[in-house]
Design a protein. Structure first.
Lengths: 433, 344
């Protein structure tokens, strides 16, 4: 008797040919936009489990959406962090400063002062409000759109601009693409242009903190697009296996350059739902609601600090501008998306909340916005004294060869001599700095 | 060159590596060891045996089967201030971790202008000769020597393995530490049909107790000679020695020990003296480290050369299972090259 299944019984019959599903966004340029398909629960609707709860208790939070600020601009429900007005004003100021900074740097790039810039317009709450919920010495492993963290931590704007201009005062010696900051003193890890690599690194840092019996935790940021990288899953596995004290953020801003979130799996599930498969806590949060972002981050940070392990937070938000100065979103998405975005603008929402509380006014906002424009302008002027990209005010030539290794090996010494010689052939009057 | 040593014992290479890990974990509380099966079990080659028992699960632990995660976590631990020594079970498995090594560990110091470093030593058994087939026999060192910011170290004796590993762990740059697994238990001569020699009869198995270092970036002249310069590393040092001994060739054999940074001075001086150069490695030929060595020797010693530079390597195929010894650059292939150089 023959082994194996009978071929007659495994015949496929008259099924139609297989067809490959290639995701397609709902709206393309010129299309009218209707977001009624998005399931957005009202503010205050979701429960807030105890921070030490079993991870499974957060499962409903992974497909729902934690929201605090209602349409009436009041804070409601168990996730309301009940922050004092002074903290709210500081948060608003950091978000507004982030936007003012972005606007100025974007213009600077268009004026030829640097090669590249990336704005975070509409996503300010995801980084600023998170940072307010962390301790200053918690380590952050950012992606490239978290300038709000540095601004919230009080990193000098002039230093940021020096880096963006790659000038002679740039602490990174002109080696990195603009906005790829590194600020060890502010517990801000060096940004990589290779996406999602910081995710397993953050978990490693958190493991080290636990190995040493420290009390600091790590946080990581990634976009929904690069959550498709293998590194994301490596990080989730390690975080779950070692119950690492880490808060892992996915900023779901709907677009990865021109690819909508469907290319990272959004048609099938939320990003927060991935936490369920790994058995860790997860929260999906209204990323344009600064209070909800703060509350979710605080919950996750407290949990991590109490040895409760990692949390995955999906920030549901919208990338209001292009991916970068090299991008033109009008070529692939409808301009109405931004106008119709049902979760509004994070700065406007926090501002209205403060006004509703009687702790802020339109006049105060206008005065603050004007002040912040001047602040950024002054920082820009200060940085420009150190030069702008390509205008000769860069770090000494030899620094190009330093820091590849701790000590300069012979082959790099030889190559440094060659580079200096080449420059002297082109510019005979030039002397090595 | 090496610091004062006390008592020596005869150890094989695994024992020497294990001892280096013990020494460094005792000296530096920031040294942590992890990888697949390295914890309770002590590693599939026993290199980490006893470590978890002595130093605890917080410093010596098993990991998920995920090399990207292993190297990525090591980078994060290094940023925290630890000195991670991850093991990749076979060099053939290192590829899922390449982005973390090439784009991250290797460039952390440069891109952060020294704010963050990756003082990581990635240990990994490599090379063939154990019937490991194409996924347990590869020699991928040239992938790493090509990367600015990485150091690549390959020992060929128990003494060097311990001293080099201690140097690698103390080094503040990321080090790829490839261990030739064929010679874990004895110095393999390449004559696979002859009885296996134990390390005990080899002078390189005399290993001092405690802490000592063999510096990175310094080659060793295994034997001095006049007839030709043989430049190799790892298992191939022992094969080259056996072939030269059998043929009665007075060759100068140089063990590079570190491929990057390379000890070009020792190589250059030797080739200028002998006028002939034979480069041997087990890895595939095209784009192999032998090509780099050959170019360097040509650039620096051209007017001293009396014959074309000879390159003996593995073939440009995956490492076959049944025809392992047809692949391996053994005594016949090396012998031919030696004969050509002697006739020139």
């Amino acid at each position: 008797m023959a082994t194996g299944p009978d071929p007659a019984k495994t015949a496929r019959g008259n099924l139609p040919p297989l067809s490959l599903h290639v995701p397609e966004p709902n709206f393309r340029p010129g299309d009218p936009v209707d977001y009624s398909f998005l399931d957005i629960p009202p503010a205050g609707a979701l429960p807030r489990p105890d921070e030490t709860c079993a991870a499974t208790e957060t499962t409903p939070l992974c497909s729902g959406m934690v929201r605090v600020l209602g349409d009436d601009h009041r804070a409601v429900g168990p996730w309301d962090p009940k922050l004092d007005p002074e903290t709210l004003r500081r948060m608003l100021r950091a978000m507004a400063l982030t936007r003012a900074f972005d606007d100025r740097m974007y213009r600077g790039q268009r004026q030829g002062k640097t090669s590249f810039y990336m704005k975070c317009t509409g996503e300010e709450a995801t980084s600023v409000a998170s940072t307010f919920a962390l301790a200053a010495d918690d380590m952050v492993f950012p992606s490239y759109r978290q300038q709000g963290i540095l601004i919230a931590r009080g990193y000098p704007l002039t230093e940021m601009i020096n880096q963006i201009y790659s000038n002679k005062a740039d602490k990174l010696k002109g080696r990195q693409l603009p906005i790829m900051y590194s600020c060890r003193d502010y517990n801000f890890f060096t940004i990589s242009g290779n996406l999602a690599t910081q995710y397993p690194q953050a978990v490693g840092w958190a493991m080290a903190s636990a190995i040493k019996g420290d009390s600091r935790i790590a946080t990581a940021w990634v976009g929904e697009g690069s959550s498709a990288e293998g590194d994301f899953h490596a990080a989730m596995t390690f975080a779950a296996v070692y119950n690492a004290p880490v808060v892992m953020n996915v900023v779901n801003n709907q677009w990865a350059i021109s690819s909508f979130s469907g290319f990272a799996g959004a048609e099938r599930s939320t990003f927060a739902n991935r936490a369920v498969g790994y058995g860790i806590a997860g929260i999906r949060v209204d990323g344009n609601d600064a209070l909800a972002v703060y509350a979710a981050t605080r919950w996750a940070a407290n949990r991590a600090r109490a040895n409760g392990g990692p949390t995955l937070i999906e920030h549901f938000t919208y990338r209001a501008e292009g991916h970068s100065t090299s991008d033109d979103p009008s070529a692939y998405r409808s301009a109405h998306e931004r106008e119709e975005w049902p979760l509004g603008d994070p700065i406007m929402r926090l501002k209205r909340h403060l006004i509703e509380l009687g702790e802020w006014s339109i006049e105060q906002q206008e005065a603050m916005d004007a002040e912040l424009v001047d602040l950024v302008k002054a920082a820009t002027k200060e940085a420009e004294k150190n030069g702008i990209l390509g205008h000769g005010l860069h770090h000494p030539f030899h620094t190009m060869f330093e820091d590849v290794y701790k000590e300069l090996p012979w082959h790099l010494e030889e190559q440094a001599e060659q580079a200096i010689r080449e420059r002297q052939i082109k510019w005979p009057e030039w002397k090595p700095e | 060159m090496t610091e004062a040593a006390t008592t020596t014992r005869r150890l094989n290479m695994i024992e020497a590596i294990n001892e280096a890990l013990h020494v460094m974990m005792e000296r530096d509380p920031n040294v942590v060891v992890f990888g697949e099966d390295v914890g309770y079990f002590g590693g599939v080659f026993r290199a980490t045996a006893g470590l978890q028992k002595q130093f605890g699960k917080h410093r010596v632990f098993d990991t998920p089967i995920n090399e990207c995660g292993i190297i990525g976590a090591a980078v994060g631990m290094g940023a925290y201030g630890l000195r991670p020594v991850p093991e990749i079970q076979f060099a053939d498995y290192i590829y899922p971790g390449l982005d973390q090594l090439i784009s991250e560990a290797a460039r952390l110091r440069y891109r952060s202008a020294g704010e963050f470093i990756a003082p990581i030593t990635v240990r990994s058994p490599f090379g063939g000769g154990i019937f490991g087939g194409q996924t347990h026999s590869q020699s991928p060192e040239a992938l790493f020597t090509h990367v600015a910011g990485l150091k690549t170290v390959i020992p060929c004796t128990p003494y060097d393995a311990k001293g080099l590993l201690i140097s690698a762990i103390e080094d503040d740059d990321p080090v790829i530490f490839f261990e030739p697994k064929r010679i874990y238990n004895g110095p393999f001569s390449g004559y696979y049909d002859k009885p296996v020699e134990p390390w005990a009869k080899h002078e390189g198995s005399e290993v001092p107790e405690g802490y000592y270092k063999v510096p990175l970036g310094k080659a060793r002249i295994v034997q001095e000679g006049e007839a030709m310069s043989v430049i190799a590393y790892g298992t191939m040092i022992h094969v080259a020695q056996a072939v030269c001994r059998e043929k009665g060739i007075d060759a100068e054999i140089i063990d590079l020990r570190t491929l990057v940074p390379l000890d070009i001075e020792t190589v250059e001086k030797s080739v200028k003296k002998t006028g002939k150069c034979l480069i041997i490695h087990e890895a595939t030929r095209t784009g192999g480290f032998g090509g780099e060595l050959s170019a360097l020797v040509q650039e620096r010693c051209f007017y001293h050369l009396e014959a074309p530079i000879e390159r003996v390597t593995g073939f440009d195929t995956p490492y076959p299972h049944s025809l392992e010894w047809a692949y391996f650059p053994g005594p016949v292939r090396i012998g031919e090259a030696v004969d050509r150089l002697m006739k020139a």
